[in-house]
Design a protein around this ligand. Sequence first.
Ligand SMILES: CCCCCCCCCC/C=C\CCCC(=O)SCCNC(=O)CCNC(=O)[C@H](O)C(C)(C)COP(=O)(O)OP(=O)(O)OC[C@H]1O[C@@H](n2cnc3c(N)ncnc32)[C@H](O)[C@@H]1OP(=O)(O)O
Ligand SMILES: Cc1cc2nc3c(=O)[nH]c(=O)nc-3n(C[C@H](O)[C@H](O)[C@H](O)COP(=O)(O)OP(=O)(O)OC[C@H]3O[C@@H](n4cnc5c(N)ncnc54)[C@H](O)[C@@H]3O)c2cc1C
Length: 671
Amino acid sequence: MTKGTQADVNPDLKKERLKCNFNIQEVTFIIDGGKDKTLQRKKIEDVALNIAASIDEVPEECLNLKERYDNAVRKSCVYSNIVKNELLEITGLEALGSPGLRRTADAFFKDVSPFMLHLGMFVPTIIGQCTPEQQAHWLPKALEMQIIGAYAQTELGHGTFIRGLETTATYDPATEEFVLHSPTLTSTKWWAGGLGNTANHCIVVAQLYTKGQCHGTHPFIVPIRDLDTHEPFPGVKVGDVGIRMGFNTADNGFLRFNQYRIPRENMMMKNAKVMKDGTYVKVARHEKLTYGTMVFVRVTLVMEAAFNLAKAATIAVRYSAVRRQSQPKPGEPEPQILDYPTQQHKLFICIATAHALQLTGLWLWRTFEAVLADMRKGDTDSLPELHALSSCLKAVSTSDSAALIEQCRFACGGHGYMLSSNLPLLYSFVTATRTYEGDYTVLLLQTARFLVKAWEQAESGKVLTPTVAYLACAAAKEKVVWSDSVDGMIRSFQAVAAGKIAACAENIKRLTKTGTSLEDAWQLSTVRLVAASEAHCRAMICQAYWHEVTRLTASCSASVKIVMEQLATLYLVYWALETTGDLLRYSTICESELNKLQLKYEELLALIRPNAVGLVDAFDFRDEILHSTLGAYDGRVYERLMEEALKSPLNETSVQSSFHKYIRPLAKGKL
Ligand SMILES: CCCCCCCCCC/C=C\CCCC(=O)SCCNC(=O)CCNC(=O)[C@H](O)C(C)(C)COP(=O)(O)OP(=O)(O)OC[C@H]1O[C@@H](n2cnc3c(N)ncnc32)[C@H](O)[C@@H]1OP(=O)(O)O
Ligand SMILES: Cc1cc2nc3c(=O)[nH]c(=O)nc-3n(C[C@H](O)[C@H](O)[C@H](O)COP(=O)(O)OP(=O)(O)OC[C@H]3O[C@@H](n4cnc5c(N)ncnc54)[C@H](O)[C@@H]3O)c2cc1C
């Protein structure tokens, strides 16, 4: 963070920091995943943020579309050099997933780098889908930025339904090449980040045909532009998809092929091969291993959701400590808006959710690494559970994060609507995460498939995998006894999830018994299946969050333990109050207990209030990363709003030419 001198800091924020009663650094270590991770992140930030190129003389949003893209490419190149020459040295390849790298990227780009998908998906797919020989060929080139890649799976006609993709890759044994073709308009690749104007290579997911037979979708590395001239190769048509709600510097592109040839070796062959004579050989033990990059990105998106929400919470809480409004008590000074319980209700759940998602995200990351280690040994047994877990966590975390970032904007009143607050851009960026890498509903339905099967296993007394083990106790189908202890609340959330899953399974059974096909019975149950999946995910987040807080604060100072537990309890109570209908249905909770719970919630808001600014300071965002007039460390909110306003091109002259061209003639009746 950019602390400046204490004298520059807004007096209200100064007082808030004096009120804070816990050690901020200890909480930062917990959020980062350990002291070593914090130190490494800070080292990366120090190296990367010392570069003036990250600073824009004219605010990014005041540039036109083309200027913004050019500026984003300029900064991407500077940033890539830093990553390549300095940051990879600090952490090695691990840097690609490191929070330091992710954070520093935000200092360079208010919107999104056109290189993001190169590091975010192109490189991970090479690592995940190539043989060691192919990796040795492609990876150094990609890391050295000699080639720049995109990931083109989605088409104009299909995003969700991968099996419905239409682009074909037909093997020609005579030349030992694949012929890529886009047979219809709807087969046009659409959306890939970095593809429109920036990338010279692209991972293309296409239907593989060999010896006249279709073997389903497979990934290929496809050179699309000449490395020197950057002109698209003959047979390749590529361009930008047009202006978007956000991501306008991400260069999302379209791509079409006309009988375009690539060497056989460009098929990514870790999971399946095509031999020289065209024989298809399946290597992978699991059908869906070609979907591996999507699972990886879904896992990282949970922490991405936490990260962006933490930024919004920092902006809104600091602003709420500086902003004074209204006069609830006659004759008394206007209070800081942070003193209004309604404002605390809007904001403290944002801090708690950022913690919940970050700690759950770290736990999911460790689970992912363990499954990956098993798979290296040929064991894919835990892949379905990982897919179910990453699908629902991706869906719920991105959806919650987007909704709460918007809530942070509401909490900042009119100034939150200013682009210079950075909340609108943050929202437009995060709301896309609910859609890309698997739409919210679609992913919850993937988890639901796993849950219904698990329920059937529970009913027949089979051993269940860890994340659904709670279904075994719930098979008794009795209301759970409500208790407002943490364990009691988690048990009740699990009972809600189990009750909903059971109701879905019963509904499907009832429909199929009366002659409905299984597919139709499933479709007729999808509204409740989505709700069951979300309830399961919420119960899992609550359990993982509490478990991690208990584990990680065991060796912390007492005050840190207290404040972390207050936040985690707030998260649980908040969700209990949000789902009272469900609790009434599946637990023994009654009206007096609901009243008690509401009081407990209000008490928690009051307990957290003195530490609110300390808690967002613990997210440890430097001002260069927050990009916010409202959220800077020093709280000079009004000064910054004015400074930014004066940078608007509309303030360059006192009279605009449009006055002379239109307004004056209109007034004179001469238009
Ligand atoms: C500086 C560094 C910065 C780093 C920053 C990181 C952030 C990165 C930001 C990136 C920004 C933008 C990226 C955007 C990229 C994209 O969007 S790429 C495109 C992504 N597309 C999707 O996600 C499509 C979603 N659709 C699907 O995943 C599948 O089609 C779907 C799962 C919905 C269905 O697939 P089908 O093949 O039709 O399968 P089903 O018949 O439904 O199921 C069959 C069984 O397979 C199981 N399954 C499905 N998927 C997986 C999987 N991935 N792994 C394991 N198993 C899987 C499924 O559960 C079924 O099992 P069952 O039969 O029930 O036992
Ligand atoms: C900013 C951004 C960046 C992207 N970057 C990339 C990229 O780099 N590479 C890439 O390949 N793709 C990318 N995408 C595409 C993205 O992955 C898809 O948009 C996403 O997977 C959703 O697919 P779709 O657009 O086809 O939506 P659809 O599947 O058409 O969804 C439309 C609606 O239909 C519903 N629906 C669809 N199927 C079902 C079902 N079976 N059951 C119930 N409801 C259903 C959905 O819930 C949704 O409400 C990007 C998208 C965005 C917005």
